[in-house]
Design a protein around this ligand. Structure first.
Ligand SMILES: C[S@@+](CC[C@H](N)C(=O)[O-])C[C@H]1O[C@@H](n2cnc3c(N)ncnc32)[C@H](O)[C@@H]1O
Length: 349
């Protein structure tokens, strides 16, 4: 991969996509798809729209992420907006390119999920995506072939997603890409700020005693502190019942205080927080670490290298006075056999 990409993670200049964004016919001409995206524009709030923004990232970093459905699910507005930013970064020879965090994050979750499924406790584990948005792992990753997958999100998001995928299925050109790779896929319409989402999950076949991998990608910082802690404690308590793996990204405090940001929950030290509520093993990476690099951050002056060389406790960069905005990629796990430490699971209050 690193031989094909430039220092800032993009393809070399002969890639024509940089001049013009080519949108799939289905997105441009299918009436159902067009109407659905018009509704998103008119009716969705920032929380729901974030699902399309991340899909746009996966679509436009297609030289490293194979997610052909991401174009359709993202929609023209978000694709054009990110494409413009990437073009500008390219023209300015920026040391890091817009969307690179999303690309690294996706690749990190993919690789940690695959490793978790290939581990002795992982075979046939069920996989739950909280705040699944426009995620298409159930269609992209063959490592899920023995796994029942559950996607949880707001009813409106899942309805739109289903409608777009159905329209794609009916189009002969796209139907190849809509083949499920997971053993099964169930969509669960729920608001995880409410306390009935686990019950809803159970009612459609989620098995509480079965080994489970929980994916919280791009979710926690949209919740308040108490809502995020409530969700994390529910998952930590699962460690007493069955082997449980959590894959999640956490913002640090400076990341959530960026202007115009709607972010709330942060944790500067998720590797201390998660053991305190009942997880036993925690592994933390930052963008740019050897397992969170994927050959996309080769410019020695890129922002992430600058951050990684500073202790995590530093919130303001000593060289330029800018806030040290970090995103932590965290894998945590626990199981009933391991849960005998004094730090064992906390009760929910
Ligand atoms: C930034 S997107 C990430 C989507 C997906 N995980 C990905 O990485 O592409 C955040 C998603 O979380 C969902 N979400 C946020 N708050 C939620 C809540 N309280 N209940 C259910 N879903 C929620 C949003 O609707 C959105 O789809």
């Amino acid at each position: 991969m690193s031989e094909e990409v430039t220092n800032n993670g993009l393809l070399h200049d002969d890639d024509p996509e940089w001049q013009d964004l080519k949108l799939p016919d289905l997105l441009l001409h299918n009436e159902v798809v067009r109407q659905v995206h018009a509704t998103i524009e008119k009716e969705w709030d920032f929380l729901q729209r974030s699902a399309c923004q991340t899909a746009a990232g996966r679509a436009l970093w297609k030289h490293v992420i194979h997610d052909p459905l991401a174009y359709l699910l993202a929609g023209e507005t978000y694709l054009r907006s990110l494409h413009e930013k990437m073009k500008k970064d390219r023209l300015n020879n920026a040391s890091e390119t817009s969307g690179v965090i999303l690309a690294v994050r996706t690749l990190w979750f993919d690789s940690r999920l695959e490793d978790a499924l290939n581990s002795p406790n992982g075979r046939q584990a069920q996989v739950v995506l909280l705040g699944a948005g426009m995620d298409t792992r159930a269609y992209r990753l063959s490592c899920l072939q023995e796994s029942d997958v559950f996607e949880v999100d707001f009813p409106g998001v899942l309805q739109v997603k289903t409608t777009i995928l159905e329209a794609a299925k009916e189009s002969t050109n796209e139907c190849e890409q809509i083949l499920l790779k997971a053993k099964s896929l169930t969509r669960v319409a729920a608001d995880i700020r409410e306390n009935n989402w686990l019950e809803k999950l159970r009612s459609v076949g989620f098995l509480p005693h079965k080994n489970t991998i929980w994916i919280l990608e791009g979710l926690l910082y949209y919740l308040s502190h108490s809502q995020a802690m409530q969700v994390l404690k529910i998952l930590a308590n699962k460690c007493c019942v069955t082997h449980t793996v959590l894959l999640a990204d956490f913002m640090n405090k400076p990341s959530t205080t960026m202007s115009n940001s709607a972010f709330q929950f942060y944790s500067d030290w998720p590797d201390q927080l998660l053991p305190s509520i009942g997880f036993t093993h925690v592994r933390l990476s930052q963008i740019g670490d050897p397992d969170a690099h994927f050959g996309l951050l080769n410019d020695p002056l890129n922002l992430f290298n600058k951050l990684r060389s500073l202790p995590r406790s530093v919130e303001i960069h000593p060289d330029d006075g800018t806030p040290c905005c970090r995103l932590y990629l965290v894998e945590a796990s626990g199981s009933p056999e391991q849960n005998t430490t004094p730090n064992g699971p906390m009760t929910l209050s």
